[in-house]
Ligand binder design. Structure first.
Ligand code: ZN
Length: 308
């Protein structure tokens, strides 16, 4: 199976704590590394957790609160100092372009590499990036500023046919094409392999959804439905539901409810308020409503597999 994992670089909220950096994650999808959010200190976290940051060519910034992007300029300058020449693609709210341009201007810097900016503006689920094997989408969430979540989805392509079958029976390219279109396969001894036995069902395709900062909002469910792994913020315990609502955040109970209603296979909660020294109570609360929940920790790597 091709690699598909997420590494948490920071799972704190607005202010860092001794154990939690602000938001940032690295998604490895089919050996391509992509970054989601880039809170202050993210490049140090990459070093700490052995992320090969020169392999990142795409950065997705969910919104322009400092805990989600204040590490970006440092990282972009580091790439420059290391003589990077590959393109860097940034997907973010439009205003970030002005912030980057101003910082480059006042430091009289011209980056050695092309920085390609893709503004996110859409108010529905929108394709941002696609290659032969996966797609990345944005979807709007409700926060106190414009904010988007992201979905990484594998595509229904080549590897959909059972690998063991291919190794054993060695079908020709033409036969593979017709199997992909629904045909059965008959080998040289006349044994019939029914299509449904050699083609993997579409629901084995994996996906990862990142909610970013959001109020409890069932409108996001259609965008993340059936996801293999959902990262949903759980800034507060539910006894602080009023504070959560006021600040456009979610409680652990609410995050679990969204995971349950969206039929996610597994939930990671994160973006914890600095008031919580550990994640135990938040995790226990979420598990009451969605047992297959884990709590984010800085440095945690989660493999996204179909048995989640
Ligand atoms: Zn935040």
């Amino acid at each position: 199976m091709k690699p598909f994992s997420v590494t948490i670089l920071g799972c704190g909220s607005a202010t860092p704590s001794k154990t939690r950096n602000p938001s940032a994650q690295i998604v490895n999808i089919h050996d391509r590394l992509m970054m989601i959010d880039c809170g202050e200190g993210s490049q140090m976290q990459m070093r700490r957790f052995y992320i090969k940051n020169n392999r990142i060519n795409h950065i997705f910034i969910s919104h322009l609160h400092g805990d989600h992007y204040l590490g970006l300029m440092g990282l972009l300058f580091t790439y420059h100092l290391f003589g990077r020449t590959e393109e860097m693609h940034i997907y973010a709210p439009q205003e970030l372009k002005d912030v980057i341009d101003l910082q480059l201007k006042v430091s009289n810097s011209q980056l050695l590499y092309p920085l390609i900016f893709h503004p996110i503006t859409s108010n529905t689920k929108t394709l941002l990036l696609e290659n032969n094997t996966f797609k990345v989408f944005s979807f709007p969430v409700q926060h106190s500023v414009n904010c988007w979540g992201f979905v990484f989805e594998e595509k229904n392509c080549g590897y959909k046919i059972n690998k063991e079958f291919i190794t054993q029976e060695k079908p020709t390219i033409e036969e593979i094409q017709s199997i992909k279109q629904g045909a059965d396969f008959i080998n040289s001894q006349g044994v019939v392999f029914e299509n449904s036995d050699i083609v993997l069902p579409a629901d084995l395709l994996r996906s990862y959804a990142y909610s970013s900062d959001t109020i409890y909002d069932e409108n996001i469910i259609p965008f993340i439905e059936n996801t293999s792994l959902l990262y949903h913020e759980a800034t507060f315990m539910h006894d602080k539901a009023d504070v959560a609502k006021q600040k456009f955040h979610t409680t652990a109970k609410e995050a679990a409810t969204i995971a349950y209603k969206a039929k996610a296979k597994k939930l990671i909660i994160g973006h914890f308020s600095a008031r919580y020294d550990d994640n135990l109570a938040l995790l226990a609360e979420a598990r009451e409503y969605f047992p297959n929940t884990i709590a984010a920790e800085d440095g945690l790597k989660v493999e996204i597999n179909v048995e989640l």
